[in-house]
Design a protein around this ligand. Structure first.
Ligand code: 1HN
Length: 345
């Protein structure tokens, strides 16, 4: 067993001053902070954002700040462990709720982090990703992979709100986050790939040798289809949970390099206890109500709420009625780094 390590205070004043002057510091007083034993010691705390609390603030932002003054009119969901103003919900996941009013546009840009939208409320909103117009309907998952041009528009008559999830904190940490601005995009005159090329699971368009598979073949995952798939899966089992990964239909791999997404259907009345995972997570409630405890914090959630879980969290889900959630996580990043892990409860 290891002993307690020496502290800074134990060292003579003149030695400490000498180290500071030389721009060095002793490792041993800080060793356990950066390398705790057994499991990480996350700064992230479980968060819960009730849609009913955030929505009026977001609509007020629509009155206070014209979209031209905001570029993206977003209220950021700040991790309670890092405090108000934190630009992240977990170590790697940024979350925000974005408002677009009828007739507004959000200008085209592209950046190094990847983004995903989950449409929360309103009809007529769309995102154009590299020239492909993606209509956004409630619960749809829309990808804007890093490096791809994207702008938003709104052809409907009521406010549109969506949840943004980005791997922004990671890119900030890497000192790799930056954007370029461009003109609003003209879009191709055809429906998006989810409506044309990837109509059915297990089928992809035939390609000749001259045409490589696109890296990001499908940027829209319509919720109606996801929900139907969950219902069919649930009908075939009596498990508390039906869960599906969002995958790249050409490769079967995760849809983005660092972030992963699942669609969950929780049956009422039965508790679901996932293993402790090394990945952090955000849960967005598409429909239903329930109670989840995350590391002892009780979260009573309803439709359109969002809540988060730190790495290795103890999570207990309990749906009151049939509930549908989208789980956003960073397993793809952790697998690439070679340390993703699940521990049984
Ligand atoms: C961004 O590009 C969008 O395109 C939303 O809608 C939120 C937060 C930070 C950095 C870039 C968008 C963002 C963002």
């Amino acid at each position: 067993m290891s002993e307690a390590l020496g502290t800074l205070e134990e060292l003579p004043e003149d030695y400490r001053a000498g180290m500071a002057a030389a721009g060095v510091a002793p490792l041993w007083p800080m060793m356990r902070n950066v390398l705790p034993h057994g499991a990480p010691n996350p700064a992230t705390r479980p968060g819960h954002w009730r849609y009913g609390d955030v929505r009026p603030l977001l609509l007020r932002a629509g009155e206070l700040t014209p979209v031209e003054k905001a570029e993206r009119r977003v209220l950021v969901l700040s991790d309670p462990g890092r405090g108000a103003g934190a630009m992240q919900a977990t170590a790697t996941i940024y979350l925000g709720l974005q408002l677009l009013l009828p007739g507004e546009t959000a200008p085209a840009h592209r950046h190094t982090p990847s983004a995903v939208r989950v449409l929360v409320e309103g009809q007529g909103g769309f995102t154009i990703v590299d020239g492909e117009k993606l209509p956004m309907e409630e619960g749809d998952l829309i990808l804007t992979p890093g490096g791809e041009w994207h702008d938003h528009g709104h052809e409907g008559s009521d406010p549109v709100v969506w949840l943004d999830a980005l791997d922004l904190p990671l890119f900030v940490m890497l000192e790799g986050s930056y954007a370029e601005e461009g003109d609003l995009q003209a879009h191709r005159n055809r429906p998006d790939a989810s409506q044309v090329e990837y109509r059915a699971a297990g089928l992809a368009p035939t390609r000749g040798p001259e045409r490589a598979r696109p890296r990001y073949p499908q940027n829209r995952y319509p919720w109606t289809r996801t929900r139907a798939a969950l219902d069919e899966m649930a009908a075939a089992t009596d498990a508390a949970l039906a869960e599906l990964d969002y995958i790249n239909p050409e490769t079967g791999e995760d849809v983005l390099p660092t972030m992963g997404f699942t669609a969950m259907r929780l049956a009422p009345g039965t508790a679901h206890r996932p293993p402790k995972r090394s990945a952090s997570a955000a849960f967005h409630v598409v429909a239903g109500t329930g109670r989840t405890t995350v590391d002892g914090k009780t979260i009573d959630w309803g439709p359109k709420d969002t809540f988060t879980a730190p790495v290795f969290a103890e999570i207990d889900h309990h749906a009151h009625d049939t509930a549908y959630l989208i789980r956003i996580h960073d397993r793809p990043l952790q697998e690439k780094l070679g340390y993703y892990e699940e521990r049984p409860r």
